[in-house]
Design a protein around this ligand. Structure first.
Ligand SMILES: [Zn+2]
Length: 280
């Protein structure tokens, strides 16, 4: 049997994704930086919490949700960005009636889909809070993955996409060490998946935009890294998991509409084209 491992599109062994919450004004600056460095990521928004047009915030307030118009201008039609749910009103989901939780998820999903012209299947848990019941609600509402706030300090792909634990928050004291490890390692077996999360208003309240700029300077423009939104990684991994193998493992059929790459015996990388079979 061949020793097989997932490789990302074009045979890459590393993937970087971002996840930023709450749809605040500082996302505008973040999005400009992401475009400058070619970094992809997901923005988790509560469409019931858009600010009304013309709203004026009290001086010193850093958590300033964007208006719907600002959000559309910031995220819409940009391939580097995915917009995902964060509950309609940023509800503390495990504590509210389940029927309300369903409403919080499905209405946010419907709004995102109609406003941004997408199919929305991602979620980030408000306050990082979830329960078994809430996971079932997400499944019933067609949500494919949901991010927690628990750092793994690892680069492994999630086992359970509805309990998607990130690598770390941008404020994590180990960010530099993790970034260097991610860049310096040459994976022989499993691929490396770096998942960074946070809120962009924290860069303003902590006065440390340089943290993310430095991170982008280091990790951007690297031909060894696949820059992907959360749902792109999810969909790609599903395609990999859909590969069909002969009993001896020598014939592989890819029944999906996505080209899939595998690493063979840590020696070579092989493409299994969509809809085709490959003999090893
Ligand atoms: Zn939030």
């Amino acid at each position: 049997m061949n020793n097989l491992h997932l490789r990302f599109p074009n045979g890459l062994a590393k993937c970087l994704t971002l996840s930023y919450d709450d749809g605040v004004e500082q996302d505008m600056r973040m999005c400009e930086l992401m475009k400058k460095y070619g970094i992809a990521g997901t923005f988790n928004i509560s469409t019931g919490n858009y600010s009304p047009e013309g709203k004026r915030f009290e001086p010193g307030r850093v958590h300033r949700p964007m208006t719907q118009r600002q959000s559309l201008e910031t995220y819409k039609d940009e391939p580097l960005f995915e917009v995902a749910t964060h509950a309609l009103h940023h509800a503390w989901l495990p504590d509210i009636p389940l029927s309300e939780a369903v409403h919080e998820i499905i209405e946010d999903r419907r709004n995102i889909e109609s406003q941004y012209g997408t199919i929305c299947r991602g979620h980030a848990y408000p306050y990082g809070k979830y329960s078994e019941n809430i996971i079932n609600v997400l499944k019933s509402c067609g949500i494919a993955y949901a991010r927690t706030t628990v750092s793994t300090h690892k680069f492994s792909l999630p086992e359970n996409w509805l309990i998607l634990n990130p690598t770390c928050h941008h404020k994590d004291p180990r960010l530099t060490e993790l970034t260097d490890n991610f860049l310096n390692e040459t994976p022989k077996l499993s691929p490396l998946f770096f998942y960074l999360w946070g809120h962009t208003f924290e860069f303003e309240s902590d006065n440390n935009w340089e943290i993310i700029e430095r991170f982008f300077e280091k990790t951007g423009g690297n031909p060894d890294i696949w820059y992907a939104t959360n749902i792109e990684v999810y969909d790609y991994v599903q395609a990999f998991n859909s590969l069909i193998f002969s009993a001896d493992g020598k014939n592989i059929f890819n029944p999906t509409c996505t080209d899939v790459w595998i690493s063979l015996n840590s020696k070579s990388t092989c493409k299994i084209p969509k809809g085709e079979a490959v003999s090893l």
